[in-house]
Design a protein around this ligand. Sequence first.
Ligand code: SAH
Length: 423
Amino acid sequence: MPNSTIKTIRIKRGKEKQLVRHHPWVFSGAIENIEKMPDACEQNAEDSIKSHTVRVEDSDHQFIAYGWYDEKSHIALRLLSWDEQVFPDSRWWKSMIIAAIRRRYDWFGQKGRATNMFRLIHGEADMLPGFAIDIYKHIVVIQISARVAWAVRPTAVEAVEQALRPQTIMVNVDSDLRRVEHLESSVEYYCKGILVEPPEIVHQIDCMESGLLYRLNVRSSQKTGHYCDQRENRIKVAQFAKNLKVLDLFCYTGGFTLHCLKSLCLSVDSVDSSDYALGQLEENIRLNVQNRRLPADSGNRVTLTKGDCFEVLRSIETDVYDMIIIDPPKLAPNRSHVEQAERAYKDLNRLAMLKVKKGGYIATFSCSGAINREKFALILSWAAKDAKKEVHIVSVLGQPNDHPIRLSFPESEYLKGFILQVL
Ligand code: SAH
């Protein structure tokens, strides 16, 4: 239990409704009294936890939760524990991390499994703000997107080490949120829990997802290395791809491309703007053919193009492709980008509806948390209207169980997808 030195933050009357329902975010406008505190990121984990964990009350002094307050963060207060008896000290952080890892191992932990890369911690959805933690075979990548997670990272490293004893733990800062969170760009490596120089091994790891091999370079790749969240959707989309001519837009290192090749698509043209991604995709095809995980002719059925997918969609002929996959990066990183993103999603999908063959499929995704599923479906309906097409949703796609959706935190549902058929 906390001692009497713990600071108290009161929430303005009327602003507590979401919070008592366990929504974890409090913006500064909802806070009655602002506290000055030492900089959490310049202290050790234990001191930061002591100085930044506050008791949060409503305007009648009733306890709501314990939370982490940091005025430098774009979310000033993040609620952690709603039980007055459970104070989120370093033991709490450690046990929450270990519990989340155990939940994943119930699903992915069997020997001889076909997938050895997956998400261990999915931030606020696991009640652990600012942490995205992925495992790639024997390397764990901790990606930090909030100041609280940076301050607590030594405890996170300890917990991961205790739970998994990985060969290496890499810690990096999410480049999308670095500025708003006032964090330095930084990469750290830990072996046996001790900070070390960058080890060679991190530069190349061969991992497996659903029986296909991916050569990863976690140091130079996007996010933590691989988009594990599309694991199940790759399988579902590829089930439609047999004998089809496929266009895989925003292909990255080939998640959808490899699965379509495995499903015996007629051909797949894969497009991305990143040289690194296309290089890795080429390598991944070679690796899978060599290991007999893809048919020997796979290299002849695929073309790789560096380009802007918006331009590619505009310039391709109509009625060439039976299936177009559209998996863009987060087009609305926050609410202020929503309008612009809506236009971009509409444009991409309208063009695809116009260009795909009659009766053809579009597998379309949005990973923008600021655009919910209903809105995404509405955008697709605008696209269909402008393209003057009747379109069916033939499959509804989402995020897999290692990226859970927390009911009290609707923002944790971020990946929405549909397989459409253009009639
Ligand atoms: N479908 C991929 C993940 C896509 S991530 C998979 O299954 O793994 C988004 C990709 O879009 C990144 O690889 C990024 O390099 C690429 N990208 C971003 N903007 C682009 C643009 N305008 N044109 C082409 N590629 C783009």
